[in-house]
Design a binder for this molecule. Structure first.
Ligand code: AHM
Ligand code: MG
Length: 342
């Protein structure tokens, strides 16, 4: 069999679909599961990309009055106001993944309970976690927003289902990615074999591979943090910031995690969303924000920590659990850690 990785060149045109099929050929035990799930994510995010571009025209910017599952008048499980496009993006993903025969459950930022599709015995081997439209409060000013997703392989334990299976200690992250709806629509994807970057070619309606095995710089003097909260940060974060101010750092903060992490992955630096006095558990969600981003960053050679340990070592205790997040270039995360530990 020809080794696909040896014949790929920068000149080849490779779609997301062919890329996944080629990757699966390297795994003798591959079942085609990923191509099946990722084709659903590909379809959903193409649809969301087009809705994001037309949001202003179609008047879907603004708050949702409730929508099909906004029973609480458009307030989501985080107690946050859902925007119309949050609700639409959530529906689109559910519609595209709901029919995939190997998915047991969907966990969305927008819904309190998981959507259970089928049992392990009926072929449900994976759970998909997603934030349908992260950073959506930036939509009205046309800043980049994104979809974050993680695919988790569920343990083969009979009799355990639903939330218990999703949070089981033997549930493992199998793939993660995000789609950034920015000046172009970009998908970053890892199935545990490095990070690959795809751009949506609108003219042919397909994600095309543009860069393989992305490695982030080990060091870069850029920090990305909401510095306006500095008085509410722990002492270690404040002293690290003082140190950075005296060491030629530059600051970049968009306030849209997908956009901030995307820049960090490509250019290096550190993204920090620590705990604050008013949010001692942090703001970002473990399952569908921190964990997928941590897997991508680690696969690109960076590190991802809560300040107390590796994000991917955490055993989730609740579907909508929040955690502090420090991720990026290995050296930059170490600098932050040094001040936290001091
Ligand atoms: P959201 O999922 O409700 O959009 O919130 C998550 C967003 C992240 O994209 C971003 O990193 C963070 O919230 C910004 O928060 P803040 O405005 O507190 O800096
Ligand atoms: Mg979010």
């Amino acid at each position: 069999m020809t080794d696909q990785s040896t014949i790929w060149t920068e000149d080849n045109l490779m779609s997301l679909q062919s890329h996944i099929l080629a990757e699966e050929r390297h795994h003798p035990s591959a079942t085609g599961d990923f191509s099946w799930i990722l084709s659903g994510i590909s379809l959903a995010t193409k649809s969301i990309a087009s809705k994001v571009r037309r949001a202003r025209i179609e008047d879907v910017i603004g708050e949702s009055a409730g929508g099909p599952f906004g029973e609480n008048g458009g307030i989501n499980v985080q107690g946050e106001q859902q925007l119309k496009l949050d609700v639409i993006a959530n529906e689109v993903i559910k519609a595209c993944l709901g029919t995939r025969a190997n998915i047991a459950a969907l966990v969305s930022e927008e819904e309190q309970e998981p959507t259970i599709l089928r049992s392990r015995e009926s072929g449900g081997r994976y759970a998909v976690f997603f934030d349908p439209l992260d950073g959506s409060s930036n939509l009205d000013v046309s800043v980049g927003v994104g979809t974050i997703f993680g695919i988790v392989r569920l343990p083969d334990t009979r009799g355990i289902s639903g939330t218990e299976a999703i949070l089981h200690e033997r549930a493992t992250m199998a793939a993660a990615g995000y789609v950034l709806y920015g000046s172009s629509t970009v998908m970053m994807l890892t199935t545990g074999n490095g990070v690959d970057m795809f751009v949506l070619d609108q003219s042919i309606g397909a994600y095309v591979l543009v860069k393989r095995k992305i490695k982030m710089p080990a060091t870069k003097k850029i920090y990305s943090i909401n510095e306006a909260y500095a008085n509410r940060f722990p002492a270690g974060i404040r002293t690290w910031l003082d140190w950075a101010h005296n060491n030629d750092y530059s600051s970049r903060y968009i306030g849209s995690m997908v956009a901030d992490v995307h820049r960090t992955l490509l250019k290096g630096g550190v993204f920090v969303y620590p705990e604050t006095n008013d949010r001692p558990e942090g703001k970002l969600r473990l399952l569908y924000e921190a964990m997928p981003m941590a897997m991508l960053v680690e696969q690109a050679g960076g590190t991802a920590s809560t300040g107390r340990g590796r994000i991917l070592d955490l055993r989730p205790e609740a579907l909508h659990q929040r955690v502090p997040v420090i991720l990026g270039s290995a050296d930059e995360v170490s600098h932050v850690q040094r001040y936290i530990d001091a």
